[in-house]
Design a protein around this ligand. Structure first.
Ligand code: PEP
Ligand code: CO
Length: 445
């Protein structure tokens, strides 16, 4: 059956809200489909080429950003801080991996959330679980939790303004390598692990001096002053994705023009699901989360559906096993996919398998668990002889206290001092940089 952008509607779509007014949803969706695209097919094709290099072991991918972006926090300062920390991490990883780092944000569209439970209880009251600002508000109030389809249009508008700022920041000097390195030196100078990180920071300084001495004008070199920065989000709310899906004239290719890359979540990746059907037909790079619950057969079937032509750069398998499960669950999956010849990228999400609720009632994660899952991910790939292609991190540029640990340790008793996430706990800026330096140590060996 030839694919069309809306034929997922014949399948079971998990994790969709109960829209109270289907007509209002149709009106919003129709209007959305007349809006200009947020990204362009040629950009998406360029990302696919960059990811093809990752799949060949010649580059690394850093995918990072909010668990759930907020409609209440899309200021320039917030976008800048998120971009800044990702660029800082990328410099450290580029140096330590010795290959280009493809930078993909969970940004400019990450507004829809899958939930394990359809209802949420607070102080004895039950309400529908929060599913992201593209659907309703997070306030614990029955009116706020009513799904409102005009939010699809708001999500588009906020994504457009976020993307507009990202485009100018990554072209206009903000991303300049010398500046990003200066930020990293500031971080190292003020970190309690400063001495430990200083080795890498000083080596990068020397590399920059070496380039300057060779006559490369750092300020004038486009490759050093500008960066390619790509957007991604979970393609969960299929009405939004389909409304922004367009066919390129004179080709048979459809693209989801809401972001460069999309992914399918752990809760919607069933082989016969609406989400897998939708993703199978768009030409964007597609990610798919993989937990220990998946079987080898299921994973191979997903590869066959999502990447039937075995195109490098098309499919990223994002393993989110948990520190305690990865060694047992990942190797067989990696080997099976390799033996069938799928040129997938394996990326490590060390966040979602390591979440727990503290005694004090906060959903949190330990820095050491996150780091250890990454370490084991590298070890598994090394022992099989496959390329550990990237990491997928939930972070923010703000000074939040949502995850435990890090060199400026966040303690259990401190979680309540700045716990701001509207969904999962994120690494704060310092923890994110700690992570980049610690991963760099693993890469340098
Ligand atoms: C997420 O990435 O925020 C998420 C919900 O992940 P998963 O689908 O792996 O649970
Ligand atoms: Co999350």
């Amino acid at each position: 059956m030839a694919w069309t952008p809306w034929d997922w509607m014949e399948r079971r779509a998990e994790q969709q809200p109960d829209w109270p007014d289907p007509l209002a949803l149709e009106t919003a969706t129709k209007e959305l489909s007349t809006f200009p695209p947020l990204v362009y097919p040629n950009e998406i094709a360029a990302l696919k080429d960059a990811l093809a290099q990752v799949s060949k072991g010649k580059a690394f991918v850093l995918q990072a950003g909010d668990c759930a972006e907020s409609f209440h926090d899309h200021s320039a300062a917030s976008v800048r801080r998120r971009l800044k920390v990702i660029l800082q991490m990328a410099v450290v990883l580029t140096y330590s991996s010795g290959v280009p780092v493809v930078k993909v944000g969970r940004i400019a569209g990450q507004y829809a959330k899958p939930r394990s439970s359809p209802m949420e209880k607070y102080k004895g009251v039950d309400l529908p679980s929060f599913r992201g600002h593209i659907i309703h508000d997070d306030a614990f109030d029955p009116e706020a939790r009513r799904p409102d389809p005009t939010r699809l249009l708001e999500a588009y508008n906020i994504s457009a303004s976020t993307l507009n700022l990202l485009r100018s920041l990554t072209r206009g000097g903000f991303a300049d390598l010398s500046q990003v390195h200066n930020w990293n030196q500031e971080f190292v100078a003020t970190s309690s692990e400063g001495e430990r990180y200083d080795t890498i920071a000083s080596e990068i300084t020397r590399a920059l001096k070496f380039m300057a001495a060779c006559g490369i004008d750092l300020a004038d070199e486009a490759a050093l002053g500008q960066v390619d920065f790509w957007t991604s989000h979970e393609a969960l709310l299929l009405h939004y994705e389909s409304a922004l899906t367009h066919k390129v004239a004179n080709t048979e290719l459809y693209y989801d023009l809401s972001a460069h890359m999309i992914w399918i979540g752990e809760r919607t990746r069933q082989v016969d699901s609406a989400h897998v059907r939708y993703a199978s037909g768009v030409s964007n790079p597609v990610g798919c989360k993989v937990s220990p619950k998946i079987s080898i057969d299921e994973l191979l079937e997903l590869c066959a559906i999502l990447d039937p032509k075995k195109q490098p750069g098309r499919l990223t398998l994002i393993s989110r096993m948990g520190r305690s499960q990865i060694e047992e669950s990942l190797p067989d999956l990696v080997e099976a996919v390799r033996n069938e010849g799928y040129p997938v990228i394996w990326s490590c999400d060390p966040m979602h398998g390591n979440t727990f609720v503290s005694d004090t009632g906060y959903k949190t994660r330990k820095f050491e668990d996150v780091l250890e899952e990454i370490r084991l991910f590298f070890e598994v790939h090394k022992s099989i002889g496959t390329w550990a292609g990237g990491v997928h991190i939930e972070l923010t540029g703000d000074d939040v206290t949502e995850c435990l640990g890090g060199s400026e340790e966040v303690l259990l008793t401190e979680l309540d001092s700045n716990y701001n996430t509207i969904c999962d706990p994120r690494l704060n800026a310092r923890q994110s940089l700690d992570l980049a330096y610690r991963v760099a140590e693993l890469l340098i060996g």
